[in-house]
Design a protein around this ligand. Structure first.
Ligand code: ADE
Ligand code: ZN
Length: 357
């Protein structure tokens, strides 16, 4: 199953499996809109908005994308986000991402945004939300449906999360769910139990980043205290067999981000990633891009990187796409329609999967 690092994409049959996976209809459920800010757009928005950056050029910015860990990435990510100032900026950012998503065969996206990153700089909450929502609406022309998930920054306090939620409450119809992101180590989900209880009382679903750098205990807390419906990353779940049993039995999805995990040194190289093991443990795993502008690519780049490291079968790629629809926040009729279109796609390509896998 594990490919030798120097081995290429392999035989023609294997190459066609990669193409099959890139072309399949799928949902992306773990992408931070601020993480789609490409160096070119950072530079042009910095010029347009008169924002001074520590990086003189696109090349300098690209060169800075070498990370030791999550925190070293977040430092750059928050610095670059400072170029986003107007509703139009957020709109253009969203539309640029959706164009790339559509080109990757994505039919549905659930997108994180971090309002505290912007309100702390004096940008109105409504400016951020309106721009992103308008962008998501424009994406319908591309055949994409979308959801917006507002994240609380866990390096800030729960009191600050409550203040962010107070800003969101008048606009709840435009916010589909809530999540928890930013620096994981030393910031367990338990520190945010009350604010997520309030989120649930408002009728909104919860997700949480857990088990990226943090221990399996953080995944238990996200499930038991925050009542998270999905775990973002969750790759460290495999260290705890009882947790794996719980996740398998409850079909709680893990939104795994392979290129992110390698770039942030959660795994030393792609061949060391545990995605095949997660999949073969029966977990509801999905593949996602996290912060594609910083980590070397969008969803199909992640697929190609995984395919370059492991011999995943056509049936395993099918399961990954089917999981993405299973894990999406849509009604059953929509889920079934997408799953049918996935079955038809695989059958057309010579890999009948319906009723299997
Ligand atoms: N914010 C953006 N990307 C993140 C990641 N990979 N982990 C935690 N917070 C993030
Ligand atoms: Zn993330």
């Amino acid at each position: 199953m594990r490919r030798h690092a120097s081995e290429g994409a392999g035989t023609t049959r294997e190459k066609s499996v990669v193409e099959l996976a890139c072309g399949m209809p799928k949902a992306e459920l773990h992408v931070h809109i601020e993480g789609t800010l490409e160096p070119g757009l950072v530079m042009s928005l910095a010029r347009r908005n008169g924002v001074a950056l520590a990086y003189p050029s696109e090349e300098a910015l690209r060169a800075a994308c070498r990370f030791r860990d999550l925190q070293s990435f977040l430092d750059l990510y928050y610095a670059c986000a400072s170029v986003l100032r107007t509703e139009q900026d957020f709109y253009e950012l969203m539309v640029a991402y959706l164009r790339r998503a559509a080109a990757d065969g994505i039919v549905h996206v659930e997108i994180f945004f971090d309002p505290q990153t912007h309100t702390a700089r004096g940008i109105a909450f409504e400016t951020v939300l309106r721009g992103l929502r308008r962008g998501l609406e424009a994406g319908r022309i591309l055949g994409l449906s979308g959801r917006l998930i507002m994240c609380f920054l866990r390096h800030l306090s729960q009191a600050e999360a409550f203040a962010a939620l107070a800003q969101a409450e008048p606009h709840l119809e435009a916010i589909d769910g809530f999540g928890l992101d930013s620096s994981e180590r030393g910031h367990p989900p338990s520190q945010f139990a009350e604010v997520f209880a309030r989120v649930r009382s408002l009728g909104r679903p919860v997700v949480a980043h857990a088990g990226e750098e943090g221990p399996p205990a953080y995944i238990w807390e996200a499930l038991d205290l925050l009542k998270a419906r999905r775990i973002d990353h969750g790759v460290r779940a495999l260290e705890d067999p009882a947790l794996v049993r719980r996740l398998v039995a409850s079909r709680i999805p893990l939104t795994v981000c392979p290129l992110s995990n390698v770039r942030l040194r959660v795994f030393p190289e792609m061949t060391a990633h545990n995605l095949p093991a997660l999949l073969r443990a029966g977990l509801c795993v999905t593949i996602n891009s996290d912060d594609p502008a910083y980590f070397g690519g969008y969803l199909n780049d992640n697929i190609r990187a995984v395919a370059g490291a492991f011999h995943l079968s056509a049936a395993e790629w099918y399961v990954l796409a089917r999981n993405s629809f299973e894990a999406a926040w849509v009604d059953e009729a929509q889920r079934e329609a997408w799953t049918r279109s996935l079955d038809e796609y695989f059958a057309r390509q010579g890999y009948p999967m319906a009723g299997r896998a």
